[in-house]
Design a protein around this ligand. Structure first.
Ligand SMILES: [Zn+2]
Length: 120
């Protein structure tokens, strides 16, 4: 798969997540990051909106009191409380699927990211 296409998909995904406009945890409006709930190394959910959280840099990586990267267990607990167990089960199931993308799938992902609104 082409590196440039991966970049394009990553950017579309991150832009879509950041459309939320504020940190989902503390409501700060900038600077915002798009966080992958399940690692982006898992291709099956790398560009899935349900796998994304809009977070400020503090809640994403820096805060040692609470952040997705420094206190991952607390983050997961908070995420499930916020979005519900059904969200968690659904995204978990998706990430466990073996997915083989073909070229037209990527076009579809980009289209979906353009259309679908980020609902959380
Ligand atoms: Zn925050």
């Amino acid at each position: 798969m082409k590196r440039s296409l991966i970049k394009k998909l990553d950017k579309s995904w991150a832009d879509k997540i950041k459309e939320y406009g504020m940190c989902e945890k503390c409501h700060k409006t900038k600077p915002l990051n798009a966080h992958h709930f399940y690692s982006r190394s898992i291709r099956a959910v790398r560009w899935n909106i349900d796998n994304g959280f809009c977070l400020c840099v503090g809640c994403h990586v820096f805060s040692s009191k609470f952040s997705a990267h420094k206190t991952p267990a607390e983050f997961v607990e908070w995420a499930i409380e916020k979005r519900g167990i059904q969200w968690y089960e659904a995204v978990k199931e998706k990430k466990n699927k073996v997915v083989k993308f073909i070229d037209k799938d990527y076009d579809e992902i980009i289209l979906t990211l353009k259309q679908k609104s980020f609902k959380f």
